[in-house]
Design a protein around this ligand. Structure first.
Ligand code: XMP
Ligand code: MG
Length: 176
């Protein structure tokens, strides 16, 4: 097998969009403390670029979770690593890489809501609405993309390509 990657969203476009999102968040949270929860591994670059443009006090948390389909249509949440400080009474911003079926984020939203934060904002860099199964919307979406498997800027294929500075579409071809 060999893999070809074509650029879907350039480094420059990502940079510009992140500045826009940061402006929006700086306006919303002016003078307030926020806790940013970065979902691992995919959101690590997006979160790092975004928080460096936030002008308010930021506390960082990291979490690793995925959703597995069980008997229910939305499956269950498997938490590999959770946050280590409670978020009760805090302004929380969840930073995701990609909203696909929506199962993961729907579970995460319920998980965080139970901890009674003061506010909860869901931010995703990418949204693939064509694949949505769970009833969930993000408050902030970087880019809406077609139903293609994407890599780069934190996103992987078999743990590869996370370091690409752009978002690309992976085209796996069979070698003849
Ligand atoms: P949900 O629960 O919304 O899961 O289906 C979203 C998670 O699925 C992974 N995912 C992708 N990862 N390229 C990737 O590298 C993709 O195109 C893609 N689509 C979904 C990702 O881990 C995300 O957090
Ligand atoms: Mg992910």
């Amino acid at each position: 097998m060999s893999e070809n990657i074509s650029v879907l969203i350039s480094e420059e476009k990502i940079k510009n969009r992140i500045s826009e999102i940061a402006m929006q968040l700086n306006e919303k949270y002016k003078g307030k403390k926020v806790t940013v929860i970065c979902t691992l591994k995919g959101a690590f670059i997006f979160a790092a670029d975004l928080v460096r443009q936030l002008e308010t006090d930021v506390r960082m948390e990291f979490l690793s979770a995925s959703s597995y389909r069980g008997t229910e249509s939305t499956g269950t949440l498997v938490m590999k690593q959770s946050i280590d400080q409670p978020i009760t009474g805090e302004n929380v911003i969840v930073v995701e890489d990609i909203l696909d079926t929506g199962r993961t984020l729907k579970h995460l939203k319920e998980y965080f809501t139970k901890q009674e934060p003061k506010s909860l904002l869901l931010v995703t860099l990418l949204d693939k609405p064509d694949r949505r199964v769970a009833d969930i919307q993000c408050d902030v979406v970087g880019f809406t993309i077609p139903d293609k498997f994407v890599v780069g800027y934190g996103l992987d294929y078999d743990q590869q390509y996370r370091n690409l500075p752009y978002i690309g579409v992976l085209d796996v071809q069979e070698v003849k």
